[in-house]
Design a protein around this ligand. Structure first.
Ligand code: DCP
Length: 230
């Protein structure tokens, strides 16, 4: 049975003939994307799509995330191909709310992670070419909505400490240098705009603050994400 709320939201979209205002939350590993999304759970008119890490840890019983960290040159290609699929699924998922908030996007997969794997030689040029052709095909043939990017900017050392603290088993081998490389790629993509196309305006947030203070930072973004006085 469809609730009154869902029906009301559907008719809102029909009447207004609008697509949801779509926001990507981007930032380094350990920048606090999940916490940021959780902050918005209190609002009604918003669909939250958290990253499908659990799917990456269990594809028919296989932990692709673990395989990728343990033997990158063998597994990076398969892992990133699967990430692209799960991201595309999130981009295409219909919503009944006026706002859609997504953790990461197919763009950060390509412009940060795959880019790093290509530059560092983890991906063979032929493997990179296949992933890049997939990305180009999706980018040109499938409409991907993007209205705003929230960039949680973090000092790599702080991200490193958070990753150590949360102790996700697969990430124990992640060195600080990897986070520094990923940080540079996020900066080049979202701030310096040196090598890749940026699909929406970027709102930069200081995500170095600790949990007790960061809620204030998150609050500052509410009116831009919900697009009304809050
Ligand atoms: N990952 C990857 N390639 C991608 C996307 C993610 O290798 N295209 C990896 C990096 C992490 C794990 O997947 O080990 C999850 O990374 P995210 O930064 O996307 O998510 P977190 O949960 O670490 O984010 P946060 O700590 O900001 O909440």
């Amino acid at each position: 049975i469809l609730s009154y709320k869902v029906l009301a939201q559907r008719s809102y979209h029909k009447m207004a003939n609008t697509k949801p205002f779509t926001v990507f939350v981007e930032g380094n590993i350990g920048s606090g994307k999940t916490t940021f999304l959780e902050h918005f759970r209190q609002f009604e008119d918003i669909t939250l799509l958290t990253e499908p890490v659990e799917e990456w840890r269990n594809l028919r019983g296989w932990n692709l995330l673990d395989l990728m960290y343990k033997d990158p040159s063998k597994w990076a290609m398969a892992f990133q191909a699967y990430v692209s699929l799960t991201m595309l699924d999130m981009h295409r998922r219909p919503t009944t709310t006026p706002v859609k908030l997504m953790e990461r996007s197919i763009y950060s997969a390509r412009y940060c992670f795959v880019e790093h794997m290509q530059r560092s030689g983890i991906l063979h040029p032929a493997q990179f070419a296949v992933l890049d052709e997939w990305f180009r095909f999706i980018h040109t043939e499938i409409p991907i909505e993007a209205d705003l990017i929230v960039y949680l900017k973090t000092d790599p050392k702080i991200a490193y400490e958070r990753i150590k603290r949360r102790a996700r088993s697969e990430e124990q081998c992640v060195p600080l240098s990897y986070l520094e490389e990923l940080h540079k790629l996020h900066e080049d993509w979202l701030v310096n705009r040196t090598f890749a196309e940026c699909p929406a305006p970027v709102l930069v947030i200081d995500a170095d603050l600790d949990l007790s203070q960061i809620t204030e930072e998150y609050k500052k973004t509410e009116h831009q994400i919900l697009r009304k006085a809050v």
